[in-house]
Design a protein around this ligand. Structure first.
Ligand code: ZN
Length: 176
């Protein structure tokens, strides 16, 4: 296994919280993760289960979905590519590769189209990634338990959400 060196100052920062939206017509309170990257880029259209599963291993995830009225469909939100999430073999970083632009756009004729794209890359400290998602997950469970309405989480049936666990950070084995 190749050891990688990490310059902490060059890593991207991730903060995860839950935001709630009340849909009066459904008498439902929906809780969705809100991701803040480097203090300024905010991602709100997040599938909770895909985010939690992205703590487990390298893979492709439908992280971004339509979150209106509990929809959960990527295409409805204009998202046509899965996020690639890479866990490096030294367990030091988690890397996101995201289509850029993320979503389809409206052209001047009012039609949806998918612009030619590049990719955005974010590299997070694995410990920070796992700990921020784990803390947010527990916060989300507290918010759901305290809600006075029917609660909804995109990606999970409610009983599964209340049992959901993300991967907990553990120190990597000492260098050999
Ligand atoms: Zn939708």
């Amino acid at each position: 296994m190749k050891q990688i060196r990490i310059d902490q100052k060059k890593l991207d920062k991730i903060e995860v919280s839950f935001v709630s939206q009340f849909y009066e017509s459904l008498d439902t309170e929906q809780f969705t993760p809100c991701l803040k990257i480097n203090g300024n880029t905010t991602f709100q259209d997040i599938d909770t289960k895909e985010l939690v599963e992205s703590t487990r291993a390298t893979g492709h995830f439908w992280l971004f979905v339509c979150t209106r009225y509990g929809c959960g469909q990527p295409e409805c939100g204009g998202f046509y590519d899965q996020a690639t999430v890479l866990h490096d073999s030294s367990d030091l970083t988690v890397t996101w590769i995201l289509r850029s632009p993320l979503q389809r756009e409206l052209n001047k004729n009012g039609q949806w189209w998918l612009p030619a794209s590049g990719y955005d890359v974010y590299v997070f400290d694995r410990r920070e990634y796992l700990e921020s998602i784990s803390a947010a997950l527990e916060e989300g469970k507290r918010l759901v338990a305290a809600s006075k309405h029917e609660a909804n989480i995109i990606g999970y049936a409610m009983e599964n959400f209340m049992k959901a666990e993300s991967v907990k950070w553990e120190p990597p084995p000492p260098l050999g």
